[in-house]
Design a protein around this ligand. Structure first.
Ligand code: ADP
Ligand code: GN1
Ligand code: MG
Length: 366
């Protein structure tokens, strides 16, 4: 029988007595729990990491440790609170960054940062501005980190890799769903070359490699009670990649007027005011380190990551739902449709998005 989270709490260096452990958040990959303790002891987050996806959890935890240690130093230098402004890993009782249970499942824990909110959507430009500033600052604080990170998710936002995976799944068609989605397949095929062109720029070195988060949707950030970003969380995907991934994924998440899996496609479109606010917040921090070629491709990165997300949801549907958690048999297809609607909206707004970035940069050159 699988271990229950309540059996696992005792294997971590938690202070105090555990009162309750209950599910937390809306992640699509890991099983995440809130660990409440008695009295004034700190609370914690406990996670069972998805080992089918994270094939080397010890290396992933090492990456998270390196990144959060680097951030802690920077936060201290700025007079901030390193226990609230970045993640603090709680080691297992035997001093490891994780605990492996009898079923060879990997568990990890971190300090719960209280008096914060994580949102599922950006309902105000202020929140979007603050989120953009938070990711800009995150990337900026990591821009001088020299220690290499393990490539624990090979090909994560690499379009060549994604399209190779796509071609393989389509040729296998393991559960016979391909025939149901011929129109959707054409959405991917018709944009193949356009999307590969951005990855080519990264491959050639025109776009530099940096330390990046790679999963910057809005619920992976904690805001304080004034709606300012306090802490970037969910560091499972920190990697050396393009910083455009982080900007693009955030635009995909923040600007969507609907839900990621909205069934009502009329709800789904890109909110331009949120786009502008996020971009201003992000660039207010990132303009100091971004290269010309990164700036030139910012607006495109939103389409790139949203296209990749259509591809990933659709590919998982065709593959028989092996990657993302689903609530029913069509959930991945519904997600793909909603993300495609968002992509169409970005395509309609693209010239304005591009012009806005250009103008902001011209007016704020340092
Ligand atoms: P998942 O991999 O399941 O997405 P996350 O690390 O994103 O897991 O956590 C899920 C949710 O739990 C977050 O959206 C946030 O609400 C909450 N959370 C995670 N870590 C912390 C933390 N250290 N402090 C406070 N809340 C947290
Ligand atoms: C997954 O773990 P979570 O729910 O924060 C996924 C992201 C997707 C996102 C879509 C490791 O993120 O890449 O953009 O779902 N994470 C992984 O909601 O694949
Ligand atoms: Mg998350």
């Amino acid at each position: 029988m699988m271990s229950l989270p309540e059996d696992i709490g005792g294997y971590f260096r938690f202070e105090g007595v555990i009162k309750d452990i209950r599910p937390q958040g809306e992640g699509l990959i890991n099983d995440t729990y809130f660990v409440e303790t008695e009295g004034n002891s700190p609370n914690y987050i406990l996670q069972c990491k998805n080992k089918a996806i994270f094939k080397d959890v010890p290396a992933m935890m090492e990456n998270i440790y390196k990144v959060s240690s680097h951030l802690k130093k920077k936060i201290e230098e700025k007079g901030g609170d390193p226990l609230r402004e970045t993640l603090t890993i709680i080691p297992s009782v035997d001093g490891k960054l994780y605990y492996q249970d009898e079923d060879v499942e990997y568990w990890a824990a971190c300090l719960f940062i209280d008096n914060t909110t994580s949102y599922q959507c950006a309902d105000s430009p202020h929140l979007a501005f603050s989120g953009g500033k938070g990711i800009g600052r995150f990337q900026s604080m990591l821009s001088d980190m020299e220690e290499p990170l393990s490539d624990i998710l090979p090909g994560f936002h690499n379009m060549e890799f994604r399209l190779r995976q796509w071609d393989e799944v389509l040729s296998k068609d393991p559960v016979g769903r391909k025939a149901l989605v011929s129109q959707e397949i054409s959405w991917i095929e018709s944009r193949r070359e356009e999307m590969l062109s951005l990855w080519d720029k990264f491959k050639s070195g025109e776009i530099p490699q940096r330390v990046t988060h790679n999963d910057t949707k809005i619920n992976n950030i904690l805001f304080d009670d004034k709606g300012e970003v306090l802490c970037v969380i969910d560091l499972d995907t920190v990697l050396n990649s393009m910083c455009l991934n982080d900007y693009g994924d955030a635009i995909r998440s923040y600007t969507n007027a609907g839900k990621e899996d909205d069934k009502i496609l009329d709800n789904v479109y890109m909110k331009m005011d949120i786009f502008k606010a996020y971009t201003e917040g992000y660039l207010s921090e990132a303009i100091s380190f971004l290269t010309q070629s990164e700036i030139e491709n910012l607006a495109f990165s939103a389409k790139y990551i949203t296209y990749e997300q259509v591809l990933r949801f659709l590919m998982d549907f065709i593959d028989g739902d092996n990657y993302y958690k689903v609530k029913n048999k069509t959930h991945n297809l519904v997600r793909a449709h909603a993300q495609y609607k968002l992509l169409l909206s970005m395509e309609e707004n693209f010239s304005d998005m591009y012009a806005f970035v250009k103008e902001f940069v011209n007016n704020n050159k340092i």
